[in-house]
Design a protein. Sequence first.
Length: 333
Amino acid sequence: MSGAYPWLVADIGGTNARFGWVAGPGEAVAQVRVLPVASYAGPAAAAGAYLAQLRAEGLIAAPPRSAAFAVATAVDGDQVELTNAHWSFSCRVVQAELGLELLLLLNDFEALALSLPRLSAAQLRHWPPGVPAAAERRPVGEVLAVIGPGTGLGVAGVVRTRDGWQALPGEGGHATLAAGDDFEAAVLAEVRRGFEHVSAERLLSGIGLPTLHAAVATLLGAPVDAPLATAAIVERGLAGADAACARTLETFCALLGSFAGNVALTLGSRGGVFIGGGIVPRLGETFFASRFRERFEAKGRFRTYLQGIPTALLTDTLAALAGAAQALEQHRA
């Protein structure tokens, strides 16, 4: 049967590849391991290493028969190239190398979007708390959206149809970023000195935060000799000892709020906008004290429209694996 168990699922980003195992119908994703993308030639090698670990620990006996890989790039045809990593591979070749009856490839945020309807309160932190959670109202036609600053910036949606939830994959992170005030306009002008197109991902991501910091520091009169790494920007900004880093995080949160509001308006995601990715959780309470929600709602005549849309931080970093399993489940159905 197409989609027969056991299943291998993966969430493959620019930095890490997370693998999980689904033993049978109704089983949750288990045996999760995180492998560094840079250490392997491609997904077949990484998956092989993961499976070898499980076999060595006596955790699995039979090989996987079906798999779904969520990858951080657009999926169109057999050949896949990760946007922010060196992996380039053929789906058919990977399927053959792993001996799979079925291999589904989907965008990583398509998988994350598919996980949204099944999220529990324990997997989310709503902001503001008073806005109803999306799970409380799910009529046909309702749309949920997810954006995620990680290595890159992912964007996707999911809509409830009469036949279930349908993902809306896209590459919204590469849409042009807009300024919300004079300082942000100056930041974008500074960045445009080096880049013809300033997308949201260019600044609102792990690869983009050093560019944002360099522009902010220049405008504050403290130019940097070499790009500061994302981890250092976050650490110094949260500590409050570096004015340029602190202003960078403040600008990041405001721009992200404005961008999230644009996504909500574009998709009509009145069921909620969810924040994934690895950067925002590292900001802790600084994010919740920021102008994110203020800027999310700052859409002029449509302020009231945005005020009624929930926003929430996705605290479960493994949700995309559940979304990949959901894609296999829908394929079986």
